[in-house]
Every structure is written in C-alpha cells, then in structure tokens.
Design a protein around this ligand. Structure first.
Ligand SMILES: [Zn+2]
Ligand SMILES: [Zn+2]
Length: 361
C-alpha cells in the first residue's frame, strides 16, 4: 500500500510547526491526527515547552531523526474528547503529555511502572506508532494520546510554568528519589543551572536538602541563591572553593550535556556519595577509577521517569509550589528561541503559547 501523506493519513486535521531537514529550521506544517480511539484522550494544546532534546532532534544530532519532524514533549492542554473506554479523564480536564506516548505494557520495566525504560517505548515525536505512522509532538494545535500516557495537571499548577516539568521536572525528580537524595538534611549538589538544573534546585529544596549549585558562571550566583533558593554556590574552576567543599555532598545531579571533567565532582562527594548523570554529552567522559574506590562512590544515570512517578512528581510540584522559570513566546519566535537556547540564553525554559499564536497555515 502506498504511504499516505501526513496531511491525509488520519481523519483529524492538525496544524503544527515542523523541521523538514537537518537545518532544523521550523515552519508551518499541515498534518493529521488519528481519530480518538476507545482508550484515547484528545486535547487542545495550550502550551508546549522547548526542551534541549527538541534542538538535538530537529538538527538530527543523535542521528535517528526523520522528517518532517514536529517536536515538543512538554505538552499541556484541555481535553476536548475522550474514547468510550477512558476511565480517568473527561472533557474539560487539564492534562499533559511528556516524552512518551506508548510502551509494551508487558515487560519487566512496564510492569514495574518504568515505561521509560521499556525497549519498545514510543516517544512523543519521531517514533513509529502502532498504526505505522510517525508520532508528532506538541508544537501543534491538538494531541491524541492513549490515556495511560496522559498526566493530570492539578488546578493550582499554572499550565505554562507546569509544562516543562513533564520532561525537565521528572528528569531530576526521579533520580533524586531513586538514589535516595530526597531525605531532609542531605547535601545535594546540582551541576549546571539551565532548564534541568533550576528545577533540580527547587525539588531538592522541597525534599529538605541543603543545595549547592556548581557552575562555570560566577554571575549566576545571586540568581541561584536569592531567586531559586539554593543554599550555596560553587564556581567549578575556583580551586579554593572546590577544595573547601571536598567530601561534603551526599549526591550530585549533573545536568551538563557538554563534555566536562568528572574528577572534581567525585571529590565533592562524601563516602557512599552518588554522582548522577542526567545530561548526555555526545562523547565519552573520562572516568578515573581511584577516586571512586576511595569512599565507595557511585556513578549512575537516569532518564525521565515512568508515568506513575511523573504524576507523583506533578502532584508534588503543585503541593510545594514548584514551577519552572519560563519565558513564554509566540510560535513564530521558535527559530530565534532555538538559536538562543543553543547559546544558553534563556532563563530557564522557553514555553510556546500555542493556543494564542499557532494559526492554521
Ligand atoms: Zn525533554
Ligand atoms: Zn515494556
């Protein structure tokens, strides 16, 4: 059977912005969404955050992008239609979709609420869905997703500043929990103060930790302490500051996606301390073994979180008034936003005002 065009492969007309090739330039794109299935929720997209992964994907920097590509996996909106078997959502509910829209539901990961580690995971954009079509993300006017991948957005969490939590929030919340860094009185380091780092500070503070931001930019100190609530700030290339902090941290969440030295970070850990990588440098990092042995230290990784934990994270954020710091932009600013994101020129997350600025092409 000949492959249908994105515009006609499904019955529901949709409009978005897509990259057409690895230049990564985004432009208006007419496509279609599937009709709301029995277990599906359809929602009108109100806001979508811009994640650093979107930038990697539109430029095919990880080598597996397909075009046209509609990015966006920090998507929030209001339900407009539900399938006949949907149990947990109704029309008018505020909902969100993060990085995943499907998984096998039968592997060990899925049965342990770790769909994010399912080998068959369907990503929100750029995956081949069960019907053979390519999934498209939230830089678009509407979404359709199986209800088991839809998150309920609490009433007291603003949708614009809540959207980035669906990727950035769970990316740091899950490892803080899993690696046991969620206990009051712990000392947690956060490396890098960008989209991930700034929410890591907020979650770690809400867990009752003492939080130290570790950054290459001394000019972020006031912001980190006065605005985001960090307890202290370390300039990573200041030898005296780093030396004074040796052996003081129970864990470090490392959000940096550029290649960087691990040795100085291992030195900051206490005995049994844990260095957790959530950024993904595209080249291997140098790992000296001796500093790991000295003090029985652990290096680990983590990637987003399962749906159950994502809902728990969103509810926790609402309860503790945790929001992303955002700059809301119109869709036609998105290419400029990507250029600024590349230069880390954003405090701290761009969020696209989809509902008010995305018009039919
Ligand atoms: Zn993301
Ligand atoms: Zn699975």
């Amino acid at each position: 059977m000949a492959r249908k065009s994105p515009e006609t492969e499904h019955p529901v007309t949709a409009v978005g912005w897509a990259a057409r090739d690895s230049s990564g330039v985004l432009s208006p794109f007419n496509f279609s969404r599937r009709a709301t299935g029995d277990e599906d929720v359809m929602f009108k997209v109100l806001f979508c955050g811009i994640c650093h992964s979107d930038l990697h994907s539109i430029k095919n920097e990880w080598g597996f992008s397909t075009y046209p590509l509609v990015p966006g996996h920090e998507i929030v909106g209001v339900v407009t239609e539900v399938g006949s078997k949907v149990k947990n959502f109704k029309i008018g509910d505020k909902v969100g979709v993060g990085c995943m829209v499907g998984s096998c539901h039968s592997c060990d990961n899925c049965t342990n609420n770790l769909e994010n580690y399912c080998p068959q995971v369907k990503l929100t954009y750029g995956s081949t869905y069960y019907d053979g079509t390519t999934t498209h993300g939230g830089y678009s006017d509407l979404m359709v997703a199986n209800e088991s991948f839809v998150i309920r957005m609490p009433d007291n969490l603003p949708l614009d500043a809540g959207a980035p939590l669906l990727c950035a929030g769970i990316t740091v919340y899950s490892p803080l929990k899993y690696y046991g860094l969620d206990k009051p009185g712990m000392h947690v380091g956060v490396v890098g103060l960008g989209g991930l780092g700034h929410v890591a500070v907020k979650f770690a503070k809400a867990f009752g930790a003492k939080v130290t931001v570790i950054s290459t930019s001394p000019n972020k100190k006031d912001e980190a302490i006065q605005h985001l609530g960090a307890d202290s700030f370390l300039v990573s290339h200041d030898q005296d500051q780093m030396k004074a902090a040796l052996g003081t941290m129970d864990g470090i969440i490392d959000t940096v996606s550029a290649v960087h030295p691990l040795l100085p970070l291992l030195g900051l850990l206490t005995t049994n301390g844990k260095l957790v990588m959530v950024g993904a440098p595209d080249k291997p990092l140098e790992l000296p073994a001796f500093p790991l042995l000295m003090g029985r230290k652990t290096i680990g990784g983590s990637m987003i979180g399962g749906i159950k934990e994502t809902q728990e994270m969103i509810d926790f954020a609402a309860k503790h008034n945790i929001k992303a710091e955002i700059e809301v932009i119109p869709i036609d600013y998105v290419n400029t936003a990507m250029e600024r994101l590349l230069k880390a020129d954003v405090r701290y997350r761009f969020v696209i005002d989809i509902a008010n600025t995305l018009k039919a092409a």
